[in-house]
Design a protein around this ligand. Structure first.
Ligand SMILES: Cc1cc2nc3c(=O)[nH]c(=O)nc-3n(C[C@H](O)[C@H](O)[C@H](O)COP(=O)(O)OP(=O)(O)OC[C@H]3O[C@@H](n4cnc5c(N)ncnc54)[C@H](O)[C@@H]3O)c2cc1C
Length: 347
């Protein structure tokens, strides 16, 4: 019986391993050439010119009208194309990142091509100066897809699929299970595990997000807003998936400001026969909004119950780790919320 089991190959899996991995633990990763799931969801795919091209393959359809959700089912997940921004003030054990060789680079136009009104923001970089990609730092593991989860008492049984086995196999885990499968794939896992059923209502929350083109000073925004400002060179590189600051990154004829506002909106999805159907979203003002632009949506609730509470009810050893598990206290980077959530899980 394995001790802890870590599923997924993105940032959440890396942080989970960094804070909770012990000798003898098991890690499951997706395969580069095989997926057991055949439902293709092009509207959820997010690729960049210089990133690997990832398909969204899952087990349920998504019918989204105004909202956008994202699914990068590859080794590294979103961390292959993310901005690397992390709020040091939100976490306690920053030294574990440093000891693992992650550079926490203060923002400046010279070093990162970006600045922020939040002084505690840094960019996570690897030692080669590239924005940190979880794919390059994961522990050895096996190519296994988590198909479903079954809990009895404190014991958790995981059913898995792989390219090398024709049938589903299962393992019972003695220790903790960290399900780090991203928001969309976590919903798929919950459906296959019958933890979400036909007619259930799911919600996700997000702080409002806006892109503004302008020059200094940063446009007037609410005091609690989190603003990340880029040089045009760095913004263009980010758009193309070039994950390292270039010589052009520091040239600054004007800036592009990413504004995370302190007001929230909520997306409602209902489980239908074919999959998830958007039932409209609301902003804090109660009007329909365009959900998902920030790519920092979080706090999945199933019929009003938070995912973390559903997990705790099933087993004290079951932990879903992704944006779905955190409720952001303030707008801005969400990776530090995920790290902080993991810090709250006892060893
Ligand atoms: C363009 C972009 C820029 C961003 N910039 C920032 C930023 O600057 N700061 C910030 O804080 N956040 C940022 N984010 C958000 C941040 O990247 C995500 O919060 C974070 O990467 C989520 O990581 P994750 O591991 O939870 O999920 P994912 O990145 O989705 O990874 C999930 C992993 O699980 C694997 N998986 C899925 N299903 C299974 C299964 N059944 N079995 C086994 N493995 C499975 C997938 O293949 C993948 O490897 C950005 C996101 C994007 C897209």
């Amino acid at each position: 019986m394995p001790k802890n089991c870590f599923v997924g190959a993105g940032l959440s899996a890396y942080f989970s391993q960094l804070l909770h991995w012990r000798e003898g633990d098991t890690c499951w990763y997706p395969s580069a050439s095989f997926s057991p799931y055949s439902v293709r969801r092009p509207q959820l795919e997010i690729n960049k010119l210089f990133s690997s091209q990832a398909k969204s393959l899952g087990s349920s359809q998504y019918e989204l009208t105004h909202a956008t959700l994202h699914d990068r089912s590859t080794r590294g997940g979103n961390s292959e194309i993310w901005g690397g921004f992390f709020d040091m003030a939100q976490v306690r054990q920053v030294e574990k990142l440093v000891a693992a060789g992650v550079d926490l680079v203060p923002l400046s136009y010279g070093a990162t091509g970006s600045v922020s009104n939040v002084q505690s923001l840094v960019q996570l970089q690897a030692s080669n100066g590239k924005i940190f990609n979880a794919a390059d730092h994961l522990r050895p593991g096996t190519r296994n897809y988590l198909n479903s989860i079954h809990c009895e008492g404190e014991q958790i049984t995981l059913k898995c699929l792989s390219a090398s086995a024709t049938n589903e196999s299962e393992i019972t885990v003695d220790g903790k299970v960290f399900v780090c499968t991203g928001v969309v794939q976590t919903i798929d896992v919950l459906l296959r595990s019958q933890l979400i059923k036909l007619g259930d209502e799911l919600t996700l929350d997000e702080f409002d997000y806006e892109l503004v083109l302008g020059s200094l000073p940063v446009p007037q925004v609410d005091k609690e807003a989190s603003v990340i400002s880029y040089t045009p060179g760095r913004a263009a590189s980010h758009l193309l998936g070039i994950q390292k600051a270039q010589i052009l990154s520091s040239i600054r004829p004007f800036e592009i400001h990413q504004i995370f506002h302190p007001r929230t909106q909520t997306l409602r999805l209902v489980v239908g026969d074919q999959g998830l159907v958007e039932k409209g979203g609301t902003t804090a003002q109660g009007t329909a909004g365009s959900f998902g632009q920030s790519i920092h949506y979080c706090n999945l609730k199933i019929n009003g119950e938070r995912l973390v509470d559903v997990a705790a009810r099933l087993s004290p050893n079951l932990h879903f780790v992704s944006m779905a598990s955190v409720a952001q206290a303030k707008p801005g980077p969400i990776s530090s919320d995920i790290y902080s959530y993991l810090e709250s899980i006892g060893s």
